[in-house]
Write a protein that binds this ligand. Structure first.
Ligand code: DX5
Ligand code: ZN
Length: 227
């Protein structure tokens, strides 16, 4: 497995995004996770394509854009043109998920599908061979700093089994409540891309926090490989 750390800027200082992104990158960030919220699909409102474009100018690692919006199809071009290398969309809002996935790929970005905590894995059964990654939400989307939902571990294992049965080595990303306490179990269950917001930007030393979290994740991955 290949571990990648994706700090979520949702918990960063929005007036100092460049500074905070650089710190996370020094600490070992492999991606920058960008949470887009519309106040409709989720209760919160965050940022749009102009901010993604600005982040793209300063980030040295690829941008992983998580669309928590009701009509993602309308905005895919805008976010990809703004610099998103990975785009994830929620299955709960997409009646034509297969078409959306292939549209994202046709525009040169990696396509991910996201499952809310209450959404069953079967919802992605028929696109398991099509996706570039699957994002398992381990909190209800909308806010940073929430508590990890333990049942998510079982879901990570079920998604891994589904992807394997489809012959797809696509990685699983986990988002919500990932910190030094939970990251070991998350990785042991099969997740490879780890989103963390408050665990990295919630304190005063994002560089050190990113480094510690990545070391813990890599340690868990090594232990998993031995079993
Ligand atoms: C939640 C967002 C997450 C959030 C995670 O809706 O999708 O990416 O930033 O924050 P933490 O790591 O604090 O749970
Ligand atoms: Zn997210």
């Amino acid at each position: 497995m290949t571990i990648r750390l994706a700090p979520s800027i949702l918990s960063a200082d929005f007036a100092e995004l460049g500074r905070d992104i650089a710190a996370a990158e020094r600490g070992g960030a492999d991606l920058i996770h960008v949470d887009v919220m519309d106040g409709h699909f989720v209760p919160n409102i965050t940022i749009g394509p102009p901010v993604v474009r600005a982040i793209k100018r300063v980030a040295r690692v690829p941008l992983d854009v998580h669309l928590m919006i009701s009509e993602p199809d309308r905005y895919l071009d805008d976010f990809i043109e703004a610099g998103a290398a990975m785009v994830s969309v929620h299955v709960e809002v997409l009646p034509h998920l297969h078409r959306t996935i292939h549209y994202i790929k046709s525009r040169g970005a990696q396509a991910g599908v996201v499952l809310n905590p209450s959404t069953p894995v079967v919802a992605i059964e028929n696109v398991a061979g099509d996706v570039d990654f699957v994002l398992v939400m381990s909190v209800n989307p909308g806010f940073g700093g929430q508590t990890f939902i333990p049942r998510s571990l079982e879901k990570i294992r079920a998604v891994r089994a589904l992807l394997d049965s489809a012959g797809n080595r696509a990685p699983i990303e986990v988002d919500g409540g990932v910190d030094l306490q939970t990251v070991g179990a998350v990785v042991s269950s099969g997740a490879e891309i780890l989103v963390a917001g408050s665990a990295i930007f919630g304190g005063r030393q994002p560089e050190q926090a990113a480094r510690s979290l990545k070391e813990a994740a890599l340690g868990a991955a090594t232990a998993r490989a031995r079993t």
